[in-house]
Design a protein around this ligand. Sequence first.
Ligand code: ZN
Ligand code: ZN
Length: 248
Amino acid sequence: MGSSQTIDMMRMGGILTGMVKQGRIELHSHTLYSDGELLPSELAQRAAICDHAAIAMTDHADASNLGDLIERLRRFVAQQPADWPLHVLVGVELTHVAPGSIAKLARQAKRLGAEWVVVHGETIVEPVAAGTNRAAIECPEVDLLAHPGFITLEEARLAAERGMIVEITGRKGHCLTNGHVAQTCREAGALMVVDTDTHAYNNLITLDEARQVALGAGLTAAEAEAAVVTTPQAVVQRILLRRHTHSA
Ligand SMILES: [Zn+2]
Ligand SMILES: [Zn+2]
């Protein structure tokens, strides 16, 4: 058996036995390919040093740059050494896209190889088009609704029904409605995750800090654990298994 096969099997074994379980998982971040400050390599290194097990890089995308972003990240992920401790997920964040175009672009993103599609939701600190939350929730190719502002109970119920994950955010401004988002998603039974929406190295947080964000939003300790550990782990395991199956 060749060494690359051995590493492959070890990786697969690790995925199946839950090696992904250790460390912080960040599912929303930006590099200098949109308005973040760091190259993917530096963001990945900073995340690894900050005890992350995985990070999704999700630069701002619309029809003008979607393909370029995904292609760049796929090249980056392809050159990561097999024994590197941090998993980098290929993502995009559809941002200020007209609600009527979200489904088409999300489908295109997945077809081009995006593993994780985020939609920039109706935060109260930006003029995001009304109907963006709903269009994201209705699209099966969208994985995460970020900073959804005053998400309605009806939208949250639909998210719960469809298995859509809703974000509790550590980002200044977007976080102003965290309490509302947490309460509405709890009532609806929708899944939540805690993200930072990292744009600079000092936006990354530890597991304990992520728990604080969750508790500060009003989640119970058990709900915080789901939002910070269990749900993100399930996401990463699903993506890595799919990646492995496709490359096998
Ligand atoms: Zn956003
Ligand atoms: Zn973002």
